[in-house]
Design a protein. Structure first.
Length: 269
């Protein structure tokens, strides 16, 4: 998440566009960008873990910190001040349980909306994790679970595309706009249990039939890749709605063509 925020801050600065970052990870260490507010000023995981009366481990300490934060949103309100028309990135913890079965992040979203923020979730998945079909399905379910829990528009991103080999980039292309039924057919020899095959087919049908989850590639070394992601987020939150606004250049009809062009450029390199 911090790498994403750092890349987006640099990209926006190059565009002459104001952007602020708020750190909401109480276990964060170092940043390569300035933050306008830091949750560690309120509470820090290390302090919670060192408290003899609590005796929490890393995960329990993080949950305690975030629940404490949820009871002290006034700290965030004071830290934000009056930020009219600002674009703010909230760098959040990466533990998936905060977005799936704990209410903390949902409460944060509702609070931001009460403060009249237009909120968009950016769900990041490591592209190196998504190079096998079953790992990809797992990643989709995690993204879908977060989207349902938070009830906000969500942009799903495959990060670290710049770290993949040419072969891996070519292989992962099919996961950006996947045909879920074909994916199951290709993997049918791996599925031994009939019940598991039926369950997996039903999950893939849900994803494919309703087009509920799609991923965008994020290559921090490629300005076009960064700009495409930013355009989708801008469109989702209607950033600068008082100006004449254009939809992202890759509508659904030509999205696959742009993805093909992106990978072809990488192969040519």
């Amino acid at each position: 998440q911090s790498t994403y925020c750092s890349t987006m801050v640099q990209h926006c600065e190059a565009l002459g566009r104001a952007v602020q970052v708020v750190n909401l990870d109480p276990a964060a260490e170092l940043f390569s960008y300035p933050v306008m507010a830091d949750i560690r000023e309120l509470i820090e995981v290390d302090d919670v873990m060192e408290d003899e009366s609590l005796r929490f481990g890393p995960n329990g300490g993080l949950v305690f910190c975030m629940e404490y934060f949820a009871n002290n949103f006034n700290w965030l309100e004071e830290s934000l001040g009056h930020v009219e028309d600002d674009y703010i990135l909230f760098d959040c913890p990466g533990q998936i349980e905060l977005y799936t079965h704990l209410p903390v992040m949902k409460q944060l979203v509702e609070q931001l909306q009460q403060w009249e923020f237009r909120v968009c979730g950016v769900f990041l998945v490591d592209s190196q994790f998504m190079v096998e079909s079953f790992k990809f399905i797992s990643g989709i379910l995690a993204a879908l679970s977060a989207m349902i829990s938070l009830e906000i528009p969500q942009i799903n991103i495959m990060t670290k595309m710049d770290l993949l080999s040419k072969k891996a980039k070519k292989e992962i292309e099919k996961y950006l706009d996947p045909d879920m039924y074909s994916m199951i057919e290709d993997s049918s020899n791996i599925l031994k249990s009939k019940r598991f095959k039926k369950l997996t087919k039903s999950i893939c049908g849900l994803i494919d039939d309703y087009g509920m989850v799609r991923f965008l590639p994020f290559d921090r070394s490629d300005e076009e890749s960064i700009n495409i992601v930013l355009q989708h987020i801008d469109f989702t939150i209607q950033y600068g709605e008082d100006l004449e606004f254009k939809e992202p250049k890759e509508c659904e009809e030509d999205k696959s063509a742009l993805v093909d062009e992106y990978f072809q450029d990488r192969v040519d390199e």
